[in-house]
Design a protein around this ligand. Sequence first.
Ligand SMILES: NC(=O)c1ccc[n+]([C@@H]2O[C@H](COP(=O)([O-])OP(=O)(O)OC[C@H]3O[C@@H](n4cnc5c(N)ncnc54)[C@H](OP(=O)(O)O)[C@@H]3O)[C@@H](O)[C@H]2O)c1
Length: 236
Amino acid sequence: MLDFKGKNILIVGASSGIGYELAKTLIASGANVISASRNAPPDLAVKHLTFDLLTDSGSELASIPQLDGVAYCVGSINLKPFGRLSQDDFLKDYQLNVLGAVKVIQQTINALKKSDTSSVVLFSTVAVAVGMNYHASIAAAKGAVEGLAKSLAAEFAVNKVRFNVIAPSLTDTPLAKNLLSSPEKKDTSAKRHPLGRVGIPSDIASAAAFLLSDQASWVSGQVIGIDGGMSTLKPL
Ligand SMILES: NC(=O)c1ccc[n+]([C@@H]2O[C@H](COP(=O)([O-])OP(=O)(O)OC[C@H]3O[C@@H](n4cnc5c(N)ncnc54)[C@H](OP(=O)(O)O)[C@@H]3O)[C@@H](O)[C@H]2O)c1
């Protein structure tokens, strides 16, 4: 069991999916969780900040005095053939996945530096490590997330602020509902994964909780695939 007693963790995107599961896990482990998103997470003991990262400056995040961790759980799935992806599609994915994370980190880095050891967790996708049809826009944006995290991991190592990335494969959350909207789609998706199923939010949240914890205090600059074997295995 991870111990987060006395730790202050900000989750951007705790109202749904992986972020919601992560908030539940951290609260059960004793953390003080601050959530930031447009909607408050239902039925969770968090301090909620209403925040739209596309329109708000993020100054409300800068008022948090001290933080031991930040998880940026915002993302998009906008899959189209390359010929139907507009420049605007690419810009939107970049804004939500990369510039949103930049905004959050810029507003919280001073609070993170006040901890003896702090941790930032960002989210990529398996479609960066493995080329997948129709993923050009999201893979480009998430590839940038991975580069951002590694660069910041180097820059802030001196401050003992760790940066890591989780790269999930298809996980059953509201974000992925169109991809898992029928028993046939669920079955086909499960079979594409070497471990025979798609992810559930706790598969990803437990890895995020580990990276946020002191047990991962020597882990930084990593991209960790939590993907049912999708990025590395090809069973015969
Ligand atoms: N699910 C998958 O299959 C999958 C696969 C690969 C990677 N990922 C990545 O995993 C991460 C978590 O995904 P998920 O599936 O848990 O997604 P999700 O269920 O859609 O949750 C996304 C969260 O982001 C928040 N959010 C969205 N737009 C926002 C905005 N403009 N301002 C503030 N908050 C905003 C949402 O809250 P509000 O709506 O309340 O604002 C929500 O809490 C994402 O980075 C995603 O790209 C997911």
